[in-house]
Write a protein that binds this ligand. Structure first.
Ligand code: HEC
Length: 117
């Protein structure tokens, strides 16, 4: 390969767009989302409706009354390890609580918040 071809190829490599827009998770925003009350079906709902306001304490399912292990990662240490479980519950709970699915960014923020507790 001659010199100018090498120079041209390296220019192309360095000119490739850099992926600068990395999604940054904000646990402060996650907390806001976690606590926000959303009117759905004539009720005011939030994630705390079942998980409670103290993440280090067990929650209680509003309908079945079954206890839910604390959401704080520091207390229930095996939380958020299984991506399938996390995705399944985000889908189900966001729909019930907010009447819609959570965006990818909202999930990142909420997870950052829950993992920091
Ligand atoms: C109607 C009751 C209820 C509400 C409201 C609720 N959740 Fe849950 N959530 C559960 C139950 C039940 C589980 C599964 C049991 C468990 O993980 O302990 C769960 C599990 C989860 C998990 C999986 C945790 C893990 O260990 O991987 C996440 C994430 C989650 N919820 C997020 C949310 C978010 C975000 C909201 C608000 C948008 C919310 N939940 C509102 C009942 C609820």
């Amino acid at each position: 390969m001659n010199q100018s071809l090498i120079a041209l190829l390296s220019m192309l490599v360095f000119a490739a767009p850099v992926h600068v827009h990395a999604e940054v998770a904000s646990s402060e925003q996650g907390k806001v989302l976690w606590l926000q009350e959303v009117p759905v079906n004539g009720e005011s709902r939030s994630c705390t409706t079942c998980h409670g306001t103290d993440l280090t304490q067990a929650g209680q399912h509003i309908k079945t009354k079954k206890p839910i292990e604390p959401m704080a990662k520091s207390v229930t240490t095996d939380r958020y390890e299984d991506p399938k479980k996390v995705a399944k519950w985000f889908k189900r709970n966001c729909k019930w609580t907010w009447g819609r699915e959570c965006t990818a960014q909202e999930q990142l923020d909420i997870l950052a918040f829950l993992k920091s507790q």
